[in-house]
Design a protein around this ligand. Sequence first.
Ligand SMILES: Cc1cc2nc3c(=O)[nH]c(=O)nc-3n(C[C@H](O)[C@H](O)[C@H](O)COP(=O)(O)O)c2cc1C
Length: 323
Amino acid sequence: MALHTRLTDLLEIEHPVMLAGMGGVSYHRLVAAVSEAGGIGTLGASTMSAEELPEEMALVRQLTDKPFGVDLLTAMPGQVERGIQSVIDGGARIFVAGLGVPREAIDLLHSHNILVGSMCGKVRHAVGAVASGVDFVVAQGTEGGGHTGTVATMALVPQVVDAVGDKVPVVAAGGLFDGRGLAASLALGADGVWIGTRFIATPEARAVKGYKETLVGMREDDTVISRAYTGKTCRVVRNDWTNHYEQHPQDLQPFPAQAIASTKAGVNHLGAEDGTVVDVSKEFMPAGQGVGAITELVPAGELVAAIVRDAERTLEQIAAVRR
Ligand SMILES: Cc1cc2nc3c(=O)[nH]c(=O)nc-3n(C[C@H](O)[C@H](O)[C@H](O)COP(=O)(O)O)c2cc1C
């Protein structure tokens, strides 16, 4: 049995499981492992320099022939445009943008047979992205790790499906970590899942020292939405740094000044070398609310297989309810 959806057709992949393009985490080893397992890996290019992105794409290509993508989430003017040429040259199958993609960029990507997706935290973001010509949307609920909105996945996904699902595939994201989440997403009308946090706790993920171990030890209520690291609302591991700004909100600066401040203070190493030693009691560690379910590191390919197998079993169990 296989889970066959509009997303697997569109992306020409085996399983409707996408690795989120996590800045600082989704580098070539993790991306290649997910693609090789039949899902699709997405490089988190927001933390990569102009030189690093083509290198990372070439390294993915050395490890797999299967399709992979690039995600660029940035508020910096011009960065998306600059990254796009690398995406075209490096042979990516998909490009995903966090903050909208200009129409001309979408047309350029399409002319090179690259599919374009857009991250959406609200129905109106999805409607705007589809009007601009994107090929799929990712509806990310507030439960998700990283920069996030206020609407929960359970409420957001079916509303995005109702608004744009007749035109493009919708991918569910935020707080999803296993096969039950994939089955539930399909039940909500989505065509697949986009998973971040669960894939950090894999041997292939790039991370500062202590990040993965911290996730394994956390409970579901140990994250917080905070502006303490970037100036924008970001779901992260709650710690001494976030607690300080919760108690002293007057100290917060807007984006990007707060990002510069947290980097200068030595608590923001997203994008640093794998295994960089940090103070985990203050470090920037984005994580979603599904974190409480993570009890061990699991190779990324095994995770993809388990998610699909458990989703199939869950769908069978649900079907059996009707008998
Ligand atoms: C460490 C981390 C970094 C992230 N960086 C990005 C990013 O650069 N671009 C982006 O579109 N989303 C980013 N996100 C959000 C993910 O794309 C995704 O929507 C989210 O992780 C899904 O929720 P989950 O973590 O509960 O699975 C990041 C998330 C995490 C945990």
